[in-house]
Unconditional design. Structure first.
Length: 382
């Protein structure tokens, strides 16, 4: 049994891919190890499993930094059994490195992608530059690993461990047609998008450049969007939703788009089950990146094919031609044709979906991913 101190700004009840990843990871580690989590303020506490969670009494990033340092020193000096200080993102690197140095522990950081390249001079100089002083960096994809190397992290200090997926969660008893009836989508072909509406997600551009053509070939199609503006994000503040609404109006596509906003976990699982294809039309931007593409992995677990941009860490989540179809950034003709072919061909959809489900179970089950973290932490604690 190990004792692990986790320092992370991103943690439930905040919602998002990073938050869910860290909750599942801590829950998995907590089954066999003692896990303590220092995270941000929230009105409601949250523990995914056996972890002990510490939060500051009031909100604020700088208040959290101060709380994390003081609480961390107290925990580490009071318990010599904690050998590893684990940072849930690059954002907390200075805290983790400082705690590890002061208390003679090992510093391990999980890098996601955007947390490496976020364009702010103070962030880059006061946060990212500390990453090279960490004992070990875990990257969520090969692309993120390359970004870490560009920031000065030694190749020998980097390991790629992808996110896990709760495969069982996405197995539902109801068939797709029953769920479509429940959600008022009878006789519709469903293209699903899931995610917070950051600009890099490319939803507006997909509507303008692909959905218009798809509707011409498949008039009964409905593009279902599950997500809203990332109001609690430190990096994204644009009202992307307003641009999406304008694009829908400009293209006269109100009958072919269903925007649900944020949905519950139960609704999300049902949407994966009823959709025909998941689309992840990410833009290739200099100041933002899709570090992995967690929703693609979730769709695969649900047995659904994925059509996504070949950029960032998405190729780690989608095996081109096996679990989905990847297209070059900006190649909307290929994107449109791929979706139309899948909507018209149930055999092809099922083949990609079944391969995706097998891969999600065999390679990305949380038990497998947690075991890789355990091995990494054990190696660092020696």
């Amino acid at each position: 049994m190990m004792e692990i101190l986790v320092v992370t700004w991103n943690y439930p009840p905040r919602r998002g891919g990073m938050e869910q990843l860290l909750a599942n990871l801590c829950a998995g580690l907590g089954q066999h190890h003692r896990v303590s989590v220092i995270t941000a303020y929230a009105e409601n506490n949250f523990a995914a499993g056996g972890e002990v969670v510490f939060r500051p009494a009031s909100p604020g990033l700088f208040r959290y930094f101060f709380f994390a340092v003081t609480k961390g020193i107290g925990l580490l000096r009071g318990n010599r059994s904690i050998r590893v200080v684990f940072g849930g993102s690059v954002l907390v690197t200075p805290i983790v490195v400082l705690l590890a140095w002061l208390c003679r522990r090992k510093a391990v950081i999980l890098a996601h992608g955007l947390d490496l390249i976020y364009r702010h001079s103070v962030y880059q100089s006061c946060v990212v530059r500390w990453l090279r002083y960490a004992d070990h960096v875990i990257a969520n994809s090969r692309h993120t690993a390359n970004l870490a190397k560009q920031k000065g992290v030694a190749d020998s200090a980097i390991e790629v461990i992808p996110p896990g997926v709760d495969w069982q969660r996405f197995q539902v008893a109801e068939d797709a047609e029953t769920l479509k009836k429940t959600h008022g989508l009878v006789n519709r072909k469903i293209i699903l998008f899931v995610g917070r509406l950051a600009r890099r997600k490319g939803v507006k551009e997909f509507i303008e450049n692909s959905l218009v053509d798809i509707v011409k070939h498949v008039p009964e199609v409905c593009f279902v969007v599950a997500g809203d503006n990332p109001t609690d994000s430190l990096a994204h503040h644009d009202d992307v939703g307003a641009g999406i609404r304008q694009a829908i109006d400009n293209q006269n596509l109100s009958d072919n788009v269903r925007w649900l906003g944020a949905v519950s976990d139960i609704e999300l699982v049902q949407l994966y089950a009823l959709c025909d294809v998941l689309v992840l039309p990410v833009l290739k931007l200099d100041d933002d990146v899709e570090g992995f593409g967690m929703v693609a992995l979730e769709a695969s677990a649900a047995g659904k094919p994925v059509v996504a941009t070949r950029c960032g860490g998405i190729p780690d989540a989608v095996e081109d031609g096996v679990t989905g179809i990847l297209f070059a950034p900006g190649d909307y003709a290929t994107l449109s044709n791929a979706i139309v072919r899948l909507l018209d061909n149930a055999t092809a959809r099922n083949a990609l979906g079944e391969a995706g489900s097998r891969r999600a179970f065999n390679e990305f089950a949380w038990a497998t991913i947690v075991a890789r973290y355990e091995h990494d932490f054990c190696a660092q604690s020696v």
